[in-house]
Ligand binder design. Structure first.
Ligand SMILES: Cc1ncc(COP(=O)(O)O)c(C=O)c1O
Length: 399
């Protein structure tokens, strides 16, 4: 039984939808969305309770299935993404797991890009095969590899773009066309771009997943995830999987994330300005071997970025000359930017992927993905851009 839905305000621009979309006002007429910290609901009569369970009367039953605050977050996300339906989960990984597991059964085959966040790669490479679902990993930027990987039992394609951490960009429309010709679906992890800069559904993807932990919260407070797709896709693949397995988002986290969405465009645009300024300042720096930034004309997939994305990125990747020792000297010399494995935060964060998010991979697998020991991912925060730039330049002097 669907929970009550607020209007999606589709005729408004994203900024407006992010402030008003999904709001379900209670009888008290509160300005800010109410936080419904309740596991369950009570009914006026036994007949009403029965009608709720049969679906004849819309309403809430139990917070594992739906909760008013979580429903507001889901509606606001659907309005932002331009998707018919959304389901919130306890973390980004719960969203990825549900989106993939919900679609397949033993005997099926999944194709995914190699350049996946470590836990996503674990699901595709290790977990799915344990349940009889074969998987093939391909170089996501090579369309022939997607085509060649298709088997008669291929059911789902999966990739993230821009990729974590090397910021490669994969052509969503081209891979969606290959998936659909094979009778498979395409799920895209849109964490790095956010719905502000990239709309995978509009480019042919069937399903989009987010770690709401990143830009959607944007202030380092809570975990969350969300899956977005057509109503038919959600009903077919996710509705029962999520209700029965229970990776539900807590109402408190949904409330924090709802408020996060209101300021997301302001934060992401400001973070992008800082990341862009860093990319300009650091281009050609003598201590760097490589700089990757999706907004730059020298990005390896600059033409796809222009076609597919509405903005650059809040993240950039730099490769320090001198491997791990030099990278660690740089990290340890930073005074303002914090060493972390998170991203999309108000605080500028730096990550050494080879020893953190991607340390599970072999050195050969990392090399294949451009994750050298000198690679550092910078997530621009909301500090004054000049303070961030000065800290990075000073730390480079220590290399
Ligand atoms: C691209 C990508 N997908 C998924 C996740 C998983 O999200 P969460 O940590 O919220 O489970 C992350 C980060 O952790 C990520 O960077």
């Amino acid at each position: 039984m669907p929970a009550p839905r607020a209007p999606t305000l589709a005729h408004y621009r994203p900024e407006t939808r992010l402030v008003h979309g999904g709001t379900l006002r209670s009888q008290f007429g509160e300005t800010s969305e109410a936080l419904f910290l309740t596991q369950g609901f009570v009914y006026e009569t036994a007949e009403q309770c029965e009608a709720r369970f049969t679906g004849d009367e819309p309403g809430f039953l139990y917070a594992r299935l739906a909760n008013p605050t979580v429903a507001m977050f889901e509606s606001r996300m659907a309005a932002f993404e331009g998707a018919e339906a959304a389901r919130a989960t306890a973390s980004g990984m719960a969203a990825v797991n549900a989106a993939l597991m919900g679609q397949v059964r033993a005997g099926d085959h999944v194709v995914a890009a190699k350049a996946l966040f470590g836990s996503c790669r674990y699901i595709v490479e290790d977990l799915l095969p344990r349940f009889g679902v074969a998987s093939t990993l391909v170089n996501g930027t090579d369309l022939d590899q997607w085509r060649d990987a298709v088997r008669p039992n291929t059911r789902a394609f999966f990739f993230e773009t821009p990729t974590n951490p090397a910021l490669e960009v994969i052509d969503i429309a081209a891979v969606a066309a290959i998936a659909h010709a094979a009778g498979a679906t395409l799920t895209v992890d849109n964490v790095f771009a956010t719905p502000l800069y990239q709309s995978p559904l509009a480019h042919g993807a069937d399903c989009v997943v987010y770690s709401a932990t990143k830009h959607i919260d944007g202030q380092g407070r809570c975990l969350g995830g969300v899956v977005l797709a057509s109503e038919a896709f959600i009903q077919k693949h996710l509705h029962h999987f999520l209700r029965q397995t229970g990776p539900s988002m807590s109402p408190f986290n949904a409330w924090v994330l709802l408020k996060g969405l209101e300021t997301l465009p302001l934060r992401v645009r400001r973070q992008t300005e800082t990341a862009t300024a860093l990319s300009v300042m650091l281009a050609g720096h003598p201590k760097l071997k490589r700089l990757v930034y999706p907004g730059r004309p020298d990005h390896p997939q600059a033409d796809i970025v222009r076609r597919q994305m509405r903005g650059g990125s809040t993240l950039l990747a730099i490769e320090i000359d001198g491997g791990k020792a030099a990278a660690f000297r740089f990290l340890n010399a930073l005074r303002l930017l914090a060493i972390s494995n998170n991203l999309g935060d108000a605080k500028s964060l730096v990550t050494h992927p080879a020893t953190t998010t991607h340390q599970r991979l072999t050195p050969e697998q990392r090399a294949e993905l451009g994750i050298s020991d000198g690679l550092i991912r910078i997530s621009a925060g909301l500090e004054h851009p000049d303070d961030v730039a000065e800290d990075v330049l000073n730390a480079l002097k220590a290399v």
